[in-house]
Design a protein around this ligand. Structure first.
Ligand code: NAD
Length: 260
């Protein structure tokens, strides 16, 4: 059911978002990209996807902190590619600090990018999906949408928020052909966690590899990071017709993190 459909994936210039974009493109889905990157990087990503998978691409550089830019991104992607049938709210940032010392501006920024932007894209993409009685919205939450860790108050609040947003919006459209679900990954090997591993390596004066094991051991029983491609497969399944009765669910892929 996927060839010819259009997906808008926020934060798709790297990590999980880019991998999901490639996976959906491999199924014949046209791809709306978003995220920060140098112009030449965007050109390279678009060329690679277009040439390898013979689909159309569009890029919108919206800063998701800015509501008017989020609205333009949805409208312009829909104009350029004909529709937005699949929306993957993926962009997210992290900041690690105790609540007492957490910069207020940073807290608001994390809520804006990791939560409010997903509300806005949903608000603007949903009417057309309802009109055609088919759509898929997949919110990339995190295990931190289900459980907490210390020094991540903004991230944990935003991710719990996006799980709530997923359930609430899924119920509103439950009788239609639109499904809204969340995916909750544990540690996934991307830039976002590379930074955290490097900080640990520097702090404890150990190698990157040792720091990675230490980080994973604390929370992820498999001691193995999730691969971005595995998340791409899960998201592709959630877009399929087989998943039409999965509504308002949270799918963990976390090496056992939340089973403990
Ligand atoms: P990443 O840093 O590799 O990618 C983040 C993407 O978001 C990039 O394309 C970046 O340009 C974009 N972005 C950041 N701020 C933006 C803004 N203001 N406007 C537009 N785009 C912006 O990170 P990732 O690990 O691929 O994370 C993707 C999502 O997965 C995030 O929501 C993250 O919270 C979630 N997640 C990641 C992990 C992990 O271990 N890596 C675990 C659980 C959940």
């Amino acid at each position: 059911n996927l060839p010819g459909k259009v997906a808008l994936i926020t934060g798709s210039t790297s990590g999980i978002g880019l991998s999901v974009a490639k996976k959906l493109a491999s199924q014949g889905v046209h791809i709306g990209l978003n995220g920060f990157a140098k112009p030449e990087e965007v050109v390279a990503i678009r060329k690679e996807i277009e040439n390898q998978f013979k689909v159309k691409t569009f890029y919108h550089g919206a800063d998701l902190k800015e509501a008017p830019q989020v609205k333009s991104m949805v409208q312009e992607t829909s104009q350029a590619l004909g529709s937005v049938d699949i929306l993957v709210n993926n962009a997210g940032i992290q900041y690690i600090e105790s609540a007492v010392n957490f910069p207020e501006q940073k807290f608001n920024e994390i809520i804006a990018i990791n939560l409010t932007a997903a509300f806005l894209t949903t608000k603007y993409a949903l009417p057309k999906m309802l009109n055609q009685n088919w759509g898929r919205i997949i919110n990339i939450a995190s295990v931190h949408g289900l459980v907490a860790s210390v020094n991540k108050c903004a991230y944990v609040a935003a991710k719990h928020g996006i799980v709530g947003l997923t359930k609430a919006t899924a119920l509103e459209v439950a009788k239609t052909g639109v499904t809204i679900n969340a995916v909750c990954p544990g540690w996934v090997m991307t830039k976002l966690i590379e930074t955290q591993i490097q900080q640990r390596a520097d702090q404890y004066k150990i190698s990157f590899e040792e720091a990675q094991i230490k980080l994973l051991e604390e929370k992820q029983p498999s001691v193995t990071p999730v691969q971005t491609e595995q998340l791409g497969d899960l998201i592709t399944f959630l877009c399929s017709n087989s998943a039409s009765q999965i509504k308002g669910s949270t799918y963990t892929m976390d090496g056992g993190w939340t089973a403990q």
